[in-house]
Design a protein around this ligand. Structure first.
Ligand code: 13P
Length: 247
């Protein structure tokens, strides 16, 4: 178990424009005025919102996260966004290997390894996502898949600033959450791997993601191996994100 405050991170995916993001933060600030959650809060809006939300997030103590980064430093890569650009826009973290990137955009462990190294070299803290499909879980391969993703992705990575998000693919956007006990067990496997792999690796925060919402956040956060949540759909509404953050 990590002694640092738990983390609640919202991944907005390809939702909310800049003006909608500003309105979210205006309303979120009102909830924060009622009571401030005892957790570290992070938000991952689209790239186009980062610079425009940086100041308001800073005032609220919310850390800004990018949803992706290029593995290259700079150059002729039309449509890509570099680590330096992300940092310059005010973000301190980046999500690497979200299951939507893996499955919809064919990002493999080898590419993700390069992205993790680019993030580390450029001073962005990566939130590295891992998780098995339903088929892999049903055939008893869940742990092997997740540990394999960690093994390849983290090869050559020194560990500084790393966070892991365990997001079972079958739980993302489906309303079906992992049973807290299953989440705990997988987090324990991940923690053991990290402890073997890095000095002090047992302290690397491991977030759970997949249909986390106000109704199940407390049960998930109560699991001893769960250091926080990565929230998709339920982070788009300021009240529900705030309720999760306080759960
Ligand atoms: P949902 O919370 O919408 O299931 O999404 C989870 C997720 O993918 C967070 O990165």
């Amino acid at each position: 178990m990590n002694e640092s405050p738990q983390i609640v991170a919202g991944n907005w995916k390809m939702n909310l424009t800049l003006s909608q993001g500003r309105e979210f933060l205006r309303r979120f600030k009102e909830f924060m005025g009622q009571s401030r959650p005892p957790r570290q809060l992070l938000l991952a809006p689209n790239f186009t919102l980062l610079a425009g939300l940086a100041e308001a997030c800073g005032e609220l103590g919310i850390g800004l996260v990018a949803q992706n980064c290029a593995p290259q430093e700079s150059g002729a890569y039309t449509g890509e966004t570099s680590v330096a650009m992300i940092r310059d826009a005010g973000a301190g973290w980046v999500i690497v290997g979200h299951s939507e990137r893996r499955h919809l955009f064919n990002e493999d462990d080898e590419l993700l390894r390069l992205k993790l190294q680019a993030a580390a070299a450029g001073g962005l803290r990566p939130i590295f996502c891992v998780g098995e499909t339903l088929e892999q879980r049903q055939s008893g391969k869940a742990a092997a898949v997740v540990l394999g993703q960690l093994e390849t992705g983290l090869e050559g990575f020194a560990g500084a600033g790393l966070m892991i998000a365990y997001e079972p693919v079958w739980a993302i956007g489906t309303g079906q959450t992992a049973v807290p006990e299953d989440a705990r067990q997988m987090h324990l496997e991940i923690r053991r791997f990290l402890a073997r792999r890095f000095a002090g690796g047992g302290l690397i925060p491991i977030l759970y993601g997949g249909s986390a919402k106000p109704q199940n956040a407390a049960a998930l956060l109560a699991q001893p191996e769960v250091d926080g949540l990565l929230v998709g759909g339920a982070s788009l509404d300021p009240e529900s994100f705030w309720r999760i953050a306080r759960a």
